[in-house]
Write a protein that binds this ligand. Structure first.
Ligand code: ZN
Length: 201
């Protein structure tokens, strides 16, 4: 018995479409992987990384988790980062959050159970750090959306201090870190203007 027959049929149709448009498509992808961007985004199903920036397979190296978090102790994220920067030699790291993020919303709620709570704890800390700014906003929704932005900025701040990034800058590698946010309501990305391409003094 085959599970998920529709998805497998979709896959077959997709592969046929690709080779129909470009007979060497898969042959070329097999030969080399040379993306220029690392995308660190939320696992949310409504934010499909490649699609929203219009990049085909092979052009975006992707890491996604709940709340697009970068942590010093997350071997998964650190390994993706190291491979992207040191081996693939990507030039841009994009941390992309999104408004109405459930992971961010959870940081306003009561404690849940592990492992989710252990993960959300990092966002709760960012919320505490910016408690004054958030409290001044008019309502819960405004606080939620602002924390989505603040979370992206914090991940950019962490990234620029990670050894993989600092060492790349020290050896003169071209590398920039960017913070973006995606709006589920209209499908548009916004640059939070926290880009950095050099180590701070
Ligand atoms: Zn999310």
């Amino acid at each position: 018995m085959r599970y998920l027959p529709q998805l497998l049929l979709n896959n077959r149709a997709w592969a046929e479409r690709q080779t129909g448009q470009d007979p060497d498509f898969f042959k070329r992808l097999c030969a080399i992987q040379k993306p220029d961007h690392l995308w660190i985004g939320c696992a949310d199903s409504r934010v499909p990384a490649n699609e929203i920036v219009g990049l085909p397979p092979g052009e975006l190296f992707v890491h996604r988790n709940v709340g697009n978090i970068v942590r010093w102790d997350d071997q998964n994220c650190l390994a993706v980062l190291q491979y992207a920067v040191d081996v693939l030699q990507i030039s841009h790291i994009i941390v992309c959050g999104h408004y109405r993020c459930g992971g961010i919303q959870a940081a306003f709620g009561p404690p849940t159970t592990d492992p989710l709570e252990g993960w959300i704890a990092h966002i709760r800390t960012i919320r505490q750090t910016h408690a004054g700014e958030l409290a001044a906003l008019p309502d819960e929704d405004a606080r939620w959306q602002r924390l989505c932005e603040l979370n992206v900025m914090e991940q950019v701040r962490i990234l620029r201090g990670l050894p993989t990034v600092v060492q790349a800058w020290e050896r003169g590698q071209q590398l920039a870190v960017h913070g973006w946010i995606y709006d589920l309501r209209n499908g548009l990305l916004r640059d939070l203007e926290v880009s950095i391409n050099t180590a701070l003094p």
